[in-house]
Design a protein around this ligand. Sequence first.
Ligand SMILES: [Zn+2]
Length: 333
Amino acid sequence: MVCHPNAIACLHTVIALLLPQTTAMDNPSRRTVLKQLGLAGLAATLPAAAPAALAQSTPAAPVVASNGFYRSKLGDTEYVVLSDGTASSPVLPNWGGNPDKLADFERLLAANFIDPKSAPNNFNPMYVDTGKNKVLIDTGRGGANGRLVANLTAAGIDPASIDTVFLTHGHGDHIGGLLAFPKAQLVMGALEYQFWTQPASGQPSDLVKNTLIAQKERFKLIQAGDDIVAGLSSVATYGHTVGHLAVMVSSGDKSMMHLGDAAGHFILSLQIRDAYLGFDADKPMAVATRQKLFARVAADKTLVVGYHFPFPAAGRIRRKGSAYEYVPNIWGS
Ligand SMILES: [Zn+2]
């Protein structure tokens, strides 16, 4: 970082980099933040009010800026991949769970400049406008961290205009934002819905009670292979969860697939055969499903979206030796 010769401006830059949400703070608030950071001495150097020129020198953008939506076309159908934001977390063993492959995972991550102890995890719901239906695939995390509604709005999509919400599976990072779409028809695989709402042991979680169960009357439960709406069909991709469904989007002779969490990790799940996620429910089944799915989309050169792939998360999968690799779309394509 290169600092302004003016030490106070430099201090503002430091605060902004440490705490991007504080960029609009007034000086008393900045003093409080500095005290919390153990920098009370620096806080004392802040003037009571920043001169206009100084205020303008404060960076307004967060450390990592992103558009948050990626709009493109598939035939006559428009699709928009939406970022629900990111969260840094350990890559291992979440995204590579096989105890006997941890050294391979670490080597491969290092070769791709990824710190196994902490890397950003992306969350990528997708909006599809078929001309007849406006469909949202998964709803992100909801709550204070969820960026889905903000990014829908930034993309010019009114959340209230969405008529159908499809849930690939019942994990919190996919159903957490459900209540932001109170008018949409809700669609989910029957097997998956039942698994979460009537667990074999114990009680449903509070999140499931507040979303899947509270909105029970609004759900249309489907079987694998059924259409969600005309142009979007569900694909059985069991293993990550008991009844996980991916989504095939078709328009004329073109098609693409939102893989949900059947995609796994954009490097480990593709490049190391038999790799499973720490949070795959049925690990052998998840591996078998992934291998079948990757073989299919690689052979057909199908455009895919991975829910946890790096935003904008759209690209293709091709064979690499005895495994596969992800080839991201070129921006603008
Ligand atoms: Zn997920």
